[in-house]
Ligand binder design. Structure first.
Ligand SMILES: NC(=O)c1ccc[n+]([C@@H]2O[C@H](COP(=O)([O-])OP(=O)(O)OC[C@H]3O[C@@H](n4cnc5c(N)ncnc54)[C@H](O)[C@@H]3O)[C@@H](O)[C@H]2O)c1
Length: 255
């Protein structure tokens, strides 16, 4: 039994490479896709979290994993090669790994910008580059996780927002570039979701809490499972006519 009993089974024997699988939205995605029959190869830099995800995956699909930092180019090359060999190919790449940090403009550093872009954009781009030769023509799918922050002003988050906006720009262009092969590239942009990432956000002294209160979604804070459901949809044949698109799953926060 698992939390997705009753969900349709759209991924029977599909091979999925998933980053960020040790926590939050990535873990929920691993559980969801395996519940729909997928064989998931999870990647993260947090080994303990990967083990916890492995214990939480109930099948009928499977979950294996490798500890990798998505910013380490040689490690990414080796990881994708290993995933493709172990799974026997890759049908779906889901880039969920990401990091967040508040960066008030007065103290914004080059290191902040470089680290956020390195994880959120460079890591995503490297996995796309390495996985694409393995993805099958006409059915391969890439789902990249961006953020509502890419298009909605959230004070003190400019560096994070810019790195996530870069994911949008990267993905729509990649979608056009690989469209001749019939490979789809979709972004999913969550609003505020209850994960360790959000819980760790530290707002600067004097931040206007009222501003954030006005941005609250009518549907409240998302569960990781709600975002995983959207990622699963984007990766499935149900979304077969969707590419170069961004799915903003924000509980109405943009309204
Ligand atoms: N939680 C939210 O409100 C929210 C909103 C919009 C977008 N997102 C995005 O959703 C994605 C998942 O975030 P989450 O909320 O589940 O957070 P999370 O912190 O629970 O999970 C993020 C995972 O990424 C991994 N990771 C970070 N840097 C890594 C690196 N260099 N190499 C390998 N793994 C790395 C972490 O170890 C962690 O397991 C992120 O891309 C995040 O930016 C989250």
């Amino acid at each position: 039994m698992n939390r997705f009993d009753g969900a349709p089974s759209r991924f029977g024997n599909h091979k999925v490479l998933l980053t960020g699988a040790a926590s939050g939205i990535g873990r929920a995605t691993a559980i969801r896709l395996a519940a729909e029959g997928a064989h998931v190869f999870g990647v993260d830099r947090a080994e303990e979290g990967l083990k916890e995800t492995a214990a939480a995956v109930a099948g009928p699909g499977t979950f294996t994993f490798r500890t990798t930092d998505v910013t380490d180019e040689p490690a990414v090359i080796e990881t994708v090669r290993e995933a493709a060999a172990e799974l026997g190919g890759i049908d779906v790449l889901a880039n969920v790994a990401g990091m967040h940090r508040t960066t008030p403009i007065a103290t914004l550093s080059v290191e902040d910008l470089q680290e956020l872009f390195s994880v959120n954009l460079v890591g995503t781009a490297l996995f796309c580059r390495e996985a694409l030769p393995h993805l099958p023509d006409r059915s391969g799918v890439i789902v990249n996780v961006s953020s509502l922050s890419a298009t909605q002003g959230n004070p003190f988050m400019s560096a994070y927002a810019a790195s996530k906006a870069a994911v949008l720009g990267f993905s729509v262009t990649l979608a056009a570039e690989v469209s001749g092969r019939g490979i789809r590239v979709v972004t999913v942009s969550p609003g505020s979701t209850d994960t360790p990432l959000v819980r760790s956000v530290a707002f600067p002294e004097g931040a206007d809490a009222g501003y954030y209160a006005r941005l609250l979604a009518p549907l409240g804070v998302a569960t990781p499972e709600q975002i995983a459901g959207t990622i699963a949809y984007a990766a499935s044949a149900d979304a077969g006519y969707l590419t170069g698109a961004d799915i903003r799953v924000d509980g109405g926060a943009h309204m």
